[in-house]
Design a protein around this ligand. Structure first.
Ligand SMILES: [Fe+2]
Length: 199
C-alpha cells in the first residue's frame, strides 16, 4: 500500500475509534474510497512546520499527526485562496491536503476529508460554505469562532461542527494548527464565501 493509502487507513481508523455520536452520524454509511488518483507531490511553505514537528500531541491524535508528518512530502498540498483574498503572508502560512474527495488523493463524490495547516500567527477570517463540516484539531491551543461568537481555545481531539452555511473563523498564536476535516452535504470543492476581514 502507498504511504498515502496508509494515511487514509489511519484517518479512517482514527474516526471510527471515536465514540462521539455526532461524528459517528456524520460518517455513518460512508463508503470509504479505494480508488487512488495519481497526484504529484506538491509542496507549500506551511508544510515546513510539519517537518519540524516533534511529537506535540499524545495518544491517538499524536499517532495520526505522526502519520501525516511522515507522508507530508508525498502529498499534494493545495490552497483555495489567492493573494487577493487575504494577502501573501496568509498564503505563506496556510494550506490543506484533500486525502479523499472530488479532487484529492482518493476518489469520493460523497464526502471530502483531509488536513488543514495554519502556521503560527494566522488569522483566518469569517467564512462559510454550503457543505456541513467537522474539524478535529490534532494540536492544542488554536482559537475558533463560530456564528460570530467570541474566539475560544480548542484542544487536540475536540470535535468542532459547522452546520451548512454557518460562519466560522480560526486564529493561531505561537503554535501551528493541524486539523483533520470532513465535508459533506454540499459541493465538495466550493471556495468558501468570505464574510470577515483580516485584522
Ligand atoms: Fe469551513
Amino acid at each position: 500500500m502507498s504511504a498515502v493509502g496508509e494515511l487514509l487507513v489511519a484517518f479512517r481508523d482514527y474516526l471510527q475509534s471515536r465514540s462521539d455520536p455526532l461524528l459517528q452520524h456524520f460518517i455513518e454509511g460512508f463508503d470509504w474510497p479505494t480508488e487512488e488518483r495519481v497526484l504529484a507531490p506538491r509542496d507549500l511553505p506551511v508544510v515546513s512546520h510539519l517537518r519540524g514537528l516533534d511529537q506535540v500531541a499524545t495518544g491517538a491524535e499524536g499517532a495520526l499527526l505522526d502519520r501525516l508528518s511522515h507522508a507530508g512530502d508525498r502529498l499534494h498540498w493545495a490552497q483555495t485562496y489567492s493573494i487577493g483574498d487575504f494577502g501573501e503572508d496568509f498564503l505563506q502560512r496556510y494550506g490543506w491536503v484533500e486525502l479523499f474527495g472530488t479532487r484529492g488523493h482518493f476518489v469520493s463524490e460523497e464526502m471530502a476529508g483531509g488536513f488543514l495547516l495554519l502556521g503560527p500567527g494566522v488569522h483566518y477570517p469569517d467564512h462559510h460554505h454550503v457543505a456541513e463540516e467537522i474539524y478535529i484539531p490534532l494540536t492544542d491551543g488554536s482559537l475558533w469562532s463560530k456564528d460570530a461568537q467570541p474566539f475560544l481555545p480548542r484542544w487536540s481531539g475536540e470535535i468542532i461542527h459547522h452546520p451548512s452555511n454557518i460562519r466560522h473563523a480560526m486564529r493561531t498564536e505561537d503554535e501551528l494548527l493541524v486539523a483533520l476535516y470532513l465535508w459533506r452535504g454540499g459541493p465538495l470543492a466550493q471556495k468558501s464565501i468570505i464574510s470577515g476581514r483580516m485584522q
